[in-house]
Design a protein around this ligand. Sequence first.
Ligand code: HEM
Length: 410
Amino acid sequence: MTDPGAVRFDPTDSAFLYDPYPTYRMLRESSPLHWHAPWEALVVTRYRDVDRLLRDKRLGRVMDGVEKRPPNPAHEPFDRIQAGSLLEIEPPDHTRIKQVVHDVFTPKHVRALADRIETLARTQADALATAIAEAGQADVITTFAEPIPVTVIADLLGVPEADRHQLLPWSKAIIGMFEPERTPESEAAAVDAARDFSAYLRHLAEIKRREPGDDLISRMVYVQAEDGTRISEDEIVANGILFLNAGHEAVVNVLGNGMKALLTHEDQLALVRADRELVPTAVEEMMRFDTPLQFFERFVLEPFTFDADDGSTHTFEAGTKLALYYASANHDPAVFAEPTVFDVTRSPNPHLAFGLGLHYCIGAPLARLELGRSVNALLDRFPNLQLAQEDFTYVPKNVFRYLTELRVRA
Ligand code: HEM
């Protein structure tokens, strides 16, 4: 074991942002529970530790009296959308709101969307083909990937087509606040987007109240009108924003990161082309190999002693912040044989890309359906899909990991 004091974890370093996996390996081996003073957080990188901590009810997303960031009245519009969001609350509120929305995301309900998703994926593959025919190459992310989950989640929530162009810029601005390395500018942009998005959703909820449709906003508005104790107007807005943002960000990012992996591993691409039954395991491997949401935070709600995977014992004080690195857990050799190898046949693949425990991704069945149909549509439409770039640029973020573009030719 190396001296943990000698371990260098600098999440602002450009080499780390380009490829964080060697650093995760070093942390797992030398300092698996690593105190990172600038974030005032314990960085947890081994699978078994992350897995056990995610299941532990003595950890949570919120803690009375513990502020995630210094209180700032200028952030009120942002804090308000956080306060009621499923992702940021614990039982009993979490249970109460999940009961209102749960049915919409069950595998059975989601399967009914398969034909619509299939058509969308094929339409976007045609759009990509047109763009490539015109310019010789095109960006898979903007031309193909983005419109698919944005359309699906906007349909599900009941956002009219004319308003959808606002969703991506609002979402991109809002996720900036989740980054530990945010700036005053990115904070201000997140607050502005939260204010505008909230005003828009209040207006949309008002329309749905008068003219309900078969969509999730209408359902939440209906439940509120029947029994205001089950969900409040602020909670409708907060969760509407959460679903609209979470419903597309990570799906697009998996398509970008994952198609890069597939196109740079020609043997794996050939395997999937030869046997489309491999698409589901290939999709899981895309999420494991280059995980779109690298870590999430938890707070210690009550003090306890934790026996870590490396044999060390830690006393967690109430209020301690943990950064649980799903991306590092997904590369832990204790669980994944040859973790740096991209293997589309990998099975089992118990990756943590969707999290675990109470906050496990409610959209996982929907995401899997969208990803499978999208990969198949690309392989069908382009028998010779190839990368048209050698250098890749990742957006300099720590929580969200995604490429600025992924240019292809056919
Ligand atoms: C491949 C795509 C996706 C990935 C990798 C992903 C990842 C995640 C992760 C890691 C969490 C847990 C966060 C935590 O531990 O604190 C989460 C929660 C969540 N996700 Fe996803 N997600 C994806 C797609 C979706 C989609 C399509 C939706 C659609 C609505 C969605 C909605 C949500 C919601 C609402 C939560 C909060 C659940 C709760 O707190 O109970 N996600 N997601």
